[in-house]
Design a protein around this ligand. Structure first.
Ligand SMILES: [Zn+2]
Length: 339
């Protein structure tokens, strides 16, 4: 994903403007206002996201150093996520599909997504997803073990708090994102026209703990980068904005980039989307250092898609903040009054 350089002040003004604009547009589902963003941040400071990264690291170590789709490392990652979901009281299901492998004969490889849903009305379904697979070159702990951990803790937190969703939430762990977004595309392709219409929001998290990272969320209304998501994406942007603003945490928007992550198939199907991203190959600007700390001129994640994307490649503070932001957006949509 690309990020536009700019001053922190300019970013703040742009965010303020986009919030005002998004307030003018009616979305199908208006997120509930009752979830407390500050309490959530405090709560997530003590939650077990790091434990999931340690487990995924061990899995990679035991399976040739990666967790790529179609490998034993991916299978073990899938089993770990299923165990976690079951222990929390969910009933995860595997959705299998095939993708074209990278080998010389490019033969079809079978892999899977993992889906777990809450109760609540399917008429306004909220899908919360991130990819579970890594590249073949490394263990994929920031990309995207961090997103997996944020979703798992969101799912566990909702059960522990006894939150009863008004709108059904589907927690999704996608396979073969690193190939060609195959898992999320398969999920969207399998939806009927009616099911697409009933999907009120897709919330994505792909890289939530970049070591030299930034707090960013997608420019749903297109006011900053000119690439708006389907109607309702503005509301998703506004929810994330509210979380960071309420916690006095500087943040910026990031554009939707075609083919870049699992939001893409949803947006193409007309489903409102958004989500979180802490950065990969772009260099940190001086303005970003002023806003977030870190090292100017150094890339946001120097281990992106490399063997060094391990548990040492994690910004722990950012990880907690982004995980709490995901829980906030998820609960706000889960509890949204039906529009
Ligand atoms: Zn990724």
């Amino acid at each position: 994903m690309m990020k536009r350089p700019g001053t922190a002040a300019a970013a703040a003004i742009l965010l303020a403007i986009s919030l005002v604009l998004s307030g003018c547009t009616a979305s199908r589902l208006n997120p509930a206002g009752g979830v407390d963003p500050r309490a959530l941040l405090a709560e997530f400071s003590g939650r077990g996201m790091m434990g999931h990264l340690e487990a995924l690291q061990r899995i990679a170590d035991d399976n040739g150093g990666n967790r790529a789709a179609g490998t034993s490392g991916y299978e073990a990652s899938g089993r770990y996520v299923e165990e976690q979901l079951r222990a929390a009281g969910y009933t995860p299901v595997r959705q299998t599909f095939t993708f074209r492998g990278d080998g010389r004969n490019r033969k079809q490889v079978e892999t899977f997504n993992i889906l777990a849903e809450t109760g609540g009305s399917a008429e306004n379904t909220v899908v919360v997803g991130g990819h579970l697979d890594s590249v073949e070159d490394g263990p994929g702990i920031n990309d995207n073990g961090s997103g997996v951990a944020a979703i798992l803790e969101t799912a566990k937190w909702m059960k522990e708090k006894g939150i009863t969703p008004v709108n059904r939430v589907v927690f999704a762990f996608w396979g073969a994102e690193e190939n060609d977004l195959d898992g999320s595309r398969h999920y969207v392709n399998e939806l009927s026209k009616a099911e697409k219409d009933q999907t009120a929001a897709y919330l994505n998290v792909d890289m939530a703990a970049s070591p030299n990272g930034v707090r960013s969320f997608h420019d749903g209304d297109g006011s900053d980068f000119g690439h708006a998501g389907p109607k309702g994406s503005d509301g998703i942007e506004a929810v994330f904005f509210r979380f960071f603003e309420s916690n006095s945490l500087p943040a910026e928007t990031t554009p939707f980039v075609d083919g870049d992550s699992d939001y893409d198939p949803f947006l193409r199907a007309g489903i409102p989307g958004g989500g979180l991203f802490t950065g990969e190959e772009k260099k940190k600007t001086k303005a970003q250092v002023q806003a977030y700390g870190g090292v100017a001129g150094k890339v946001l994640d120097s281990c992106y898609h490399r063997a060094c994307d391990t548990t040492s490649n994690i910004n722990a503070d950012l990880f907690k903040e982004m995980s709490a932001a995901m829980a906030y957006a998820t609960a706000s949509y889960a509890l949204a009054p039906r529009g």
